[in-house]
Design a protein around this ligand. Structure first.
Ligand code: KG4
Ligand code: ZN
Length: 363
């Protein structure tokens, strides 16, 4: 089965072609540079960029995959959640394509797609050069790598989805069956990285910059709160941490002029966020009795989070599947992989006149 998938829920325009679990192409056009000037995503600009880029991105995905539209068996797109005008572009384009091609259409929940992205294996090209340690947002695996969904390896898991807009803990009891355990009651983890970074004068998005600076900093230099760490629920809250960083910076302005202190500050803020994410994820996994933890979403690019999850899972004898760094940020490959899986499971199709679902919560 060959599926064309489109993703335009936020600031990445992406198209992918997936055939029998194999990702033949995953083209991502990021708008980060455009929005950086404004310190965050400007919804109207995002929608206009999607309009401009979607057709060329889809054409290059088909070209790269060596697939013609006549060979497509289905079309899929992100239906929600996300920015309304951004979602509209991808959803309506995909529905129109499905109509013209007389093929089935499936609207996909963006978070559900993240949920299964850790089951996509990225096999590097045989001659891959030395691995990059650059933390600028990766959008594409190295040329020649093979991306394949590995559902044969699936096992029940507790999954952490952490992005700029969401922090979710989900129990995935079996394939395509999940239950949300908890989420953020205010700021998302990525938002906390971005907003505290802004307070330090770092460029948007600050998450990758904090990641890089924190590598040379002392995570125990400054003590910041670990919100809801010991609360007996699976919810998160990061706005108190952001406020605490705001007051700390107000009272220690001079620190920002010293590079080492900025690195220490980054490491300390990152340590607070990572500790909460890792401890609450591990606690939920042990309580639910699963043997596997997975993680996805933009913040899963963070090296300290990846390291700490690895250490904690090893200590507790749990398997860990982290989405490949190239698939943590938004991409259509994960939309296509889930769409194909659902089509094979005979999930109900989405009508061609169905609307976007900007607030579509994961059940
Ligand atoms: O999943 P994503 O691309 O978009 C949303 O759906 O929000 O996530 C973007 C978020 C941003 O907040 C960004 O700062 C954060 O992911 N992020 C990181 C890192 N790379 C991206 N946060 C911490 N460390 C990173 N290396
Ligand atoms: Zn996302």
């Amino acid at each position: 089965m060959t599926v064309l998938a489109l993703e335009t829920s936020c600031d990445e325009t992406s198209a992918a072609v997936v055939r029998d679990g194999r990702i033949l192409a995953n083209v991502v056009s990021s708008q980060i540079a455009l929005h950086a000037e404004y310190g965050g995503v400007v919804p109207e600009l995002a929608a206009r960029e999607h309009l401009k880029n979607l057709v060329p991105v889809a054409q290059s995905a088909l070209r790269e995959a060596g697939v013609t539209v006549a060979e497509l068996d289905a079309v899929a797109a992100t239906q929600g959640p996300g920015l309304p005008n951004a979602l509209l572009v991808g959803l309506k384009a995909a529905q129109a394509a499905a109509f013209a091609l007389q093929k089935p259409f499936l609207g996909i929940n963006h978070h559900e797609a993240h949920l299964y992205s850790p089951w996509i294996n990225v096999l590097p090209a045989a001659c891959r050069q030395n691995q990059s340690h650059d933390v600028s947002l990766p959008s594409q695996p190295d040329a020649g790598s093979t991306l394949t969904a590995d559902f044969a390896a699936f096992q029940p898991n507790v999954s952490l989805i952490v992005s700029g807009g969401h922090t979710l803990l989900v129990l995935v009891a079996s394939e395509l069956q999940h239950r949300v355990l908890g989420g953020t009651i205010d700021d998302a983890a990525g938002e906390c990285f971005d907003k505290t970074g802004k307070l330090m004068g770092l460029p948007y998005p600050a998450g990758p910059v904090i990641d890089r600076l924190a590598e040379s900093g002392n995570p125990a230099a400054f003590a910041f709160p670990r919100p809801l760490l010991n609360d007996p629920n699976d919810d998160f809250s990061f706005s108190g941490l952001k406020t605490s960083v705001r007051y700390f910076i107000r009272d220690h302005q001079a620190l920002l002029a010293d590079r080492q202190s900025v690195c220490d500050l980054c490491a300390s803020v990152q340590a607070a966020i990572v500790e909460v994410l890792v401890k609450k994820t591990l606690r939920a996994a042990r309580r639910e009795g699963v043997r596997c933890v997975t993680a996805s979403g933009g913040v899963t690019c963070n090296r300290a989070l990846r390291r700490e999850l690895e250490t904690a899972c090893r200590r507790h004898g749990l398997a860990l599947r982290l989405a490949d760094r190239t698939l943590c940020t938004d991409n259509a490959a994960m939309i296509g992989v889930l769409a194909e899986r659902k089509l094979r499971a005979h999930a109900p199709l989405t009508a061609l006149d169905e609307e976007i679902k900007p607030g579509w919560a994961l059940a």
